[in-house]
Design a protein around this ligand. Structure first.
Ligand SMILES: [Zn+2]
Ligand SMILES: [Zn+2]
Length: 154
């Protein structure tokens, strides 16, 4: 699915979810959804709050956290926790978002995404008795190029 088609599809998913749950369609929820879907990168809640503030949109941190929980339940974001860093989120669309590998630098915490369809396809299509799988995430821990270069100089 192309990037510009993701947001309308995400909006529809959220509309449906709120309706089923009997929850209100608040403008904050849709503004946050738009922001979350504007990037394919991983992000921290703090950075999301700052970005909203810069756009002149004041939403409290607790609203943002509560909304992220709602998006998680609706399958619109994925949450990752690498080591002892704060949780990171990324946009997701049920049945659309491709699985990817996360290369996690254990020195600076940077996360790079790579697609390795040979590996993820095999893994995500696996069946486990009595378990219904929705998505899978893979993490590879190591040292990023920048940190390796920095270490060589020292
Ligand atoms: Zn690094
Ligand atoms: Zn990711």
């Amino acid at each position: 699915m192309k990037d510009e088609k993701l947001l309308p599809a995400a909006r529809e998913t959220l509309e449906r979810y709120l309706k089923v749950k009997g929850m209100r369609r608040t403008p904050e929820r849709f503004a946050l959804l738009e922001r979350v879907f504007s990037t394919g990168e991983h992000f921290y809640v703090d950075v999301l709050c700052e970005a909203m503030e810069l756009e002149g949109y004041h939403v409290s941190r607790s609203t943002v956290y509560a909304t992220m929980q709602l998006f998680l339940d609706a399958g619109l974001v994925r949450r990752h926790q690498f080591g002892n860093q704060p949780a990171q989120y990324e946009r997701s669309l049920p049945g659309v978002s491709k699985s990817h590998l996360h290369l996690v630098c254990t020195v600076c915490g940077r996360v790079r995404e790579v697609r390795d369809s040979n590996l993820t396809a095999g893994l995500c299509d696996r069946k486990y008795p009595g378990f219904k799988a929705y998505s899978c995430a893979l993490y590879v821990y190591g040292e990023c190029g920048r940190c390796q270069r920095r270490n060589q100089k020292q």
